[in-house]
Each structure stands twice: as C-alpha cells, then as structure tokens.
Design a binder for this molecule. Structure first.
Ligand SMILES: [Fe+2]
Ligand SMILES: [Fe+2]
Length: 294
C-alpha cells in the first residue's frame, strides 16, 4: 500500500511588502485584487490546519500542483520555500508550478531558483520529469507561462507533449502506476476560456494513445473528478480546492486528497479519500471516499 497526498493552490499569504517599482502591469491589477478580495479567500490559518491534518495522515509522498504564490514577487518565493521546507524534504514532496508562479516574465526563474530541488526528476531532469516512489512514477509537467492581464491560461508546448508521450509509453511497459501532475485541468468548461490549458486537446490525445493511471491537477479550486478515455480503459482526472480556501469563500473550502494505491491480482486498486473543511463546520473532516481504479 502506497499513500499519496495531493494538495494544491496554497496561494500563500499575506503578500510581502513590495516596492512601488515592483507593482506594475498585470501585477498592479493583481495587487488591487488581492487587497480587495483574495486575501479573505486564502487564509494562512486555514492552510496551517490543513497541513497539520495532512501530517497526521502519514502519507508516503506529497504532491503540490502549483500556485504557491500570488503575484510572482521574489519575496513570495523565499517564503514559499520555507513553507515547503516545513511540509517536507525535497525527496518527499514533489512540486510543479502554476500560472501564479509565472505571473509575469520576471518571475519565471524564481520557482527553479527557490524550489528547484522539489521540481526535478530522479535524474535531475526538468519538465517533464519523472520521480519513482514505491510502485508509482510521478510525472511532473509545467503549464506555467506568463499571460496578459485578466488571463490565467497555461500551455505545455509541443516539446513537452512529445516527451510526455515517450515517457508514458516507457513507464507503461515497465508496469508502473503512472501519476501525471499538471496545474491546469486537461478539460475546461467553455465559460472558463480565459483560464484554460490552450493545448488541452493535444494533451488528451497523448493520454488517449499512451495511457496513465491517474491525473492530478489544481487551478480550478474545486473538487472535481472526470474520466478521460485511455488505451486500456478510462483514466481518472482529479482536481482539489485551494489548500488555503476560506470556508466563507464562494468556491469549495480548503481540502486535500489521499490516494491509497495497491497492486491487486486483477490490476491496480486506488481508493481516494477527501479531507478538508466542511462549509460552516469545525475543523478538518473526512468529506468522502471512493474507488478510482476501473
Ligand atoms: Fe490557483
Ligand atoms: Fe492557477
């Protein structure tokens, strides 16, 4: 039995003090937005309670699927590194970036500078990277690209998609339980055009041809489960709410998921357990559980 924990989108607050020169362009709008509403939606005390509960779950490994910071300010990345350190060592925690971690062009190098050791493969490679943990192969992708104001789209690009295809085939032949980690979901409702993965159709093609056992994502800040077609049955695609979401926010309150994965005679077994805040209720609770393997 291997236990994998998934949390996402901590959007660590409060924002550090910033010089006026740092607050320009898209960041100026984001700065206003944070002080107008987002700082009430993402609460440090909620995140701390969630992480404390997660630590009691004794997971074998933790994955964090992006949006650790908000405006891509350098000081945010230093604080996020400290938060990661408190969560676990780089060998025990895998991170991929989200759109907020590449908020503007000048933020792009920071995630690799500050958390590079959480975000590379066993061989030191970058996206897509592979980490082998127990029977699992964790495949980390980056969809983090800077975008214009009011946009939160992501993109994998043809190079990453092509390497992902080869990796999935190789790991499938090796009989690994393949977990794909991606910030943006592989499908988006039409009304969320401004925050979609722009090459999502190409990703779905790769998954349909090459297969995976599980896809985990963040970005949408809600509980979600969809099934994509794979070459040998359907692939579960699961999203989690923001790990810092206030119970008073207009989306799902903070939660994380646990996956209890084991190999059975007939194939893989995967039980998903949701734990988090229940709107209006006290503390972190089990919110539900279900079997994911087909
Ligand atoms: Fe987010
Ligand atoms: Fe995001």
């Amino acid at each position: 039995m291997f236990v994998l924990a998934h949390l996402s989108d901590p959007h660590l607050g409060p924002l550090p003090a910033a010089r006026l020169a740092e607050i320009s362009g898209k960041r100026a709008l984001g700065y206003l937005n944070w002080h107008r509403s987002r700082r009430e939606r993402h609460r440090p005390e909620v995140l701390a309670a969630l992480v404390q509960d997660l630590k009691g779950a004794e997971a074998d490994h933790i994955v964090v699927t992006g949006d650790l910071v908000n405006l891509g300010l350098r000081a945010e990345f230093g604080r996020a590194r400290q938060w990661l350190r408190d969560l676990g060592a780089p060998d025990d925690v895998t991170v991929i970036p989200g759109n907020h971690d590449a908020y503007m062009r000048d933020a792009i190098p920071h995630s690799a500078d500050y958390w590079g050791d959480y975000m590379r493969g066993d061989g030191g490679e970058h996206f897509p990277f592979v980490r082998h943990r127990g029977p699992l192969a964790l495949i980390g992708l980056s969809t983090a690209v800077p975008t214009g104001p009011l946009l939160a789209t992501g993109r994998l690009g043809p190079g990453q998609l092509q390497r992902l295809g080869s990796i999935l085939t190789r790991l499938g032949q090796q009989g690994r339980y393949r977990v794909v980690l991606i910030h943006h979901p592989p499908t988006s409702p039409r009304r969320q055009h401004f925050k979609r993965l722009t090459d999502d159709a190409a990703l779905r093609c790769v998954l349909a041809e090459r297969g995976a056992e599980l896809v985990l994502h963040g970005h949408s800040h809600v509980h979600s489960l969809i099934w994509l077609e794979g070459p040998r049955g359907r692939i579960p695609v699961v999203g989690v709410p923001s790990a810092s979401a206030s119970p008073h926010a207009d989306v799902d309150p903070a939660a994380y998921n646990l996956y209890r994965i084991s190999r059975e005679a007939s194939g893989w077994r995967c039980e998903a357990i949701r734990r988090g805040l229940f709107a209006g209720g006290p503390g972190i609770l089990e919110l539900g559980r279900e079997e994911l393997a087909e």
